[in-house]
Design a protein around this ligand. Structure first.
Ligand code: NAD
Length: 459
């Protein structure tokens, strides 16, 4: 069954057979998936090391651990989530019992990126399956070792007509996007997100786009510099800065900027030594093309720390850039690497000018002890989600929806939000048949005033 058309046709037939709708069956498969991931844990960590030179600690905390905890959550709650939900009836339609039925969309397509290649392929897969869909998953072509292990795991657990991982690059994606799907879940760049949205629109297929952008981090002068330096260096350099919600650049109150730069330099050296290229904990850039792209972003920039580049080894050292111009390349595109521009502000107008230089970010961070300032910042700007006084960790609470807005994406997932995203909610009313007041039936003469009173009364 290698032909794409056959695979898709088989998944269509399988979905129509109703087998994916059996919640006990979904649970059985998800349990098997958990066991398979656990038994392949070392192979997954090894693959991530080969692809991204990630440490096992980082791979576990940001990929394997998150996937397993999402699986545990689904295993615990799926029966409850999948049940029809009784809701309050309306007096207008009395007598009735009203429900929301949870229906899968059907045949889904998931396209994953390379930066957290295991997590960002497996989490949507888990949610799609838990909601009762079939899945064609295309992992990233840039992380060959991880994609291989993903394919192996999916193959070990699911029949091909239920879920399959197909490896390939842009050609494969393009072919897949020409087919009709009932739902598409895409994680990747804003540029490719537009291609996916266009393809989905031609079939009116609902689509979730988990994209990127330039996420700002605002720091006022009330902060504890040592604490925030620790959090900043961790949040920026995790995965070598190749994190969709990494702080792209800092906007720092000008009177503390110099002090902050000094503590950042000390903190980077403390965590990764004077030779980050030798640190087992500092990942590499995904490939030479991206290393080259990053090195070009640094051309003409005022580098105040780091700036060491080895394109052949896909290495860029942790780098600080002082006050880049807003029209310079580094402030025009998502950085997606270990380079941190530092801009300063004096007034809130300065902050606004800097943030409005880019499209809607996926994340926004504010470090401040001034609650009013933090609250005002959250309410003033449009962004996907964020954290006050830390970075990235909103991703780790499955009770928070995760997703972008505007150019950083549409739709959301994580935890129950993920199940809901892959579910069509059918509104179902079950009408009583013992009474049937004649009020709604013609002739209507003399009934309008009473109708108006009823609507007024219902509020
Ligand atoms: P990408 O858009 O280049 O690729 C993502 C996927 O799309 C890959 O599987 C790739 O094969 C496929 N693809 C690439 N070009 C295509 C085309 N022309 N037509 C159809 N499919 C195509 O993104 P990437 O480089 O893998 O990932 C980095 C980007 O993803 C960054 O912008 C980052 O911010 C974003 N991202 C977002 C999230 C999120 O949760 N919002 C998570 C991770 C990464």
């Amino acid at each position: 069954m290698n032909n794409l058309e056959d695979i898709i046709e088989n998944q269509r037939t399988f979905f129509k057979s109703q087998q994916t709708k059996n919640i006990a069956h979904r649970l059985k498969l998800l349990k098997a998936l958990k066991l398979e991931i656990e038994s392949q844990e070392q192979a997954i960590l090894d693959a991530l090391k080969k692809d991204l030179k990630k440490s096992e600690f980082e791979s576990y905390i940001s990929e394997v651990g998150l996937v397993l905890s999402e699986l545990n959550l689904v295993l615990k709650n799926l029966k409850k989530w999948g049940k029809p939900k009784r809701i309050k009836s309306s007096l207008l339609t009395f007598p009735s019992k009203d429900y929301i039925y949870k229906a899968p969309y059907g045949n889904t397509l998931i396209i994953a990126p390379w930066n957290y290649p295991f997590l960002l392929a497996m989490e949507p897969l888990i949610m799609a399956i838990s909601a009762g869909n079939t899945v064609v998953l295309k992992p990233s072509e840039l992380t060959k070792h991880t994609s291989k292990i993903i394919t192996k795991i999916v193959e070990a657990v699911f029949s091909k007509s239920h879920a399959i991982s197909i490896e390939g690059g842009v050609d494969l994606s393009t072919k897949l996007l020409k087919r009709k799907w009932d739902f598409i879940f895409f994680t990747g760049s804003t540029e490719v997100g537009k291609i996916v949205a266009k393809a989905a629109a031609s079939f009116l297929t609902p689509v979730v786009l988990e994209l990127g952008g330039k996420s700002p981090c605002i720091i006022d002068d009330t902060v504890d510099l040592k604490l925030i330096a620790r959090r900043l260096v961790w949040g920026k350099l995790l995965n070598g800065g190749q994190t969709c919600i990494a702080p792209d650049y800092l906007i720092v109150k000008s009177i503390i900027k110099e002090k902050l730069i000094e503590v950042l330099k000390t903190e980077i050296t403390k965590r990764y030594s004077d030779h980050p290229e030798k640190s087992p904990d500092f990942p590499r850039i995904i490939n030479k093309n991206n290393t080259q792209r990053l090195s070009m972003l640094l051309e003409g920039a005022n580098i105040i720390f780091g700036g060491d580049i080895n394109i052949d080894n896909c290495y860029i050292s942790p780098t600080l850039v002082d006050e880049p111009r807003l029209d310079s390349p580094i402030m025009q595109e998502e950085i997606f690497g270990p380079i941190l521009p530092i801009l300063s502000y004096d007034t809130e107008k300065d902050i606004e000018r800097i943030i409005s230089n880019s499209d809607t970010p996926l994340a926004l961070y504010v470090f401040s002890k001034n609650q009013m300032f933090a609250e005002n910042t959250i309410n003033t700007y449009s962004f996907g989600g964020g954290v006050v006084n830390d970075l990235l960790i909103h991703f780790g609470n499955h009770r928070l929806p995760f997703g972008g807005v505007g150019s950083s994406g549409m739709g959301r997932y994580h935890g129950k939000f993920g199940f809901d995203t892959f579910t069509h909610e059918k509104g179902i009313m079950k009408r009583g048949i013992t009474t049937d007041p004649s009020f709604r039936y013609p002739p209507y003469s003399g009934k309008l005033n009473l109708l108006k009173k009823i609507f007024k009364w219902l509020g």
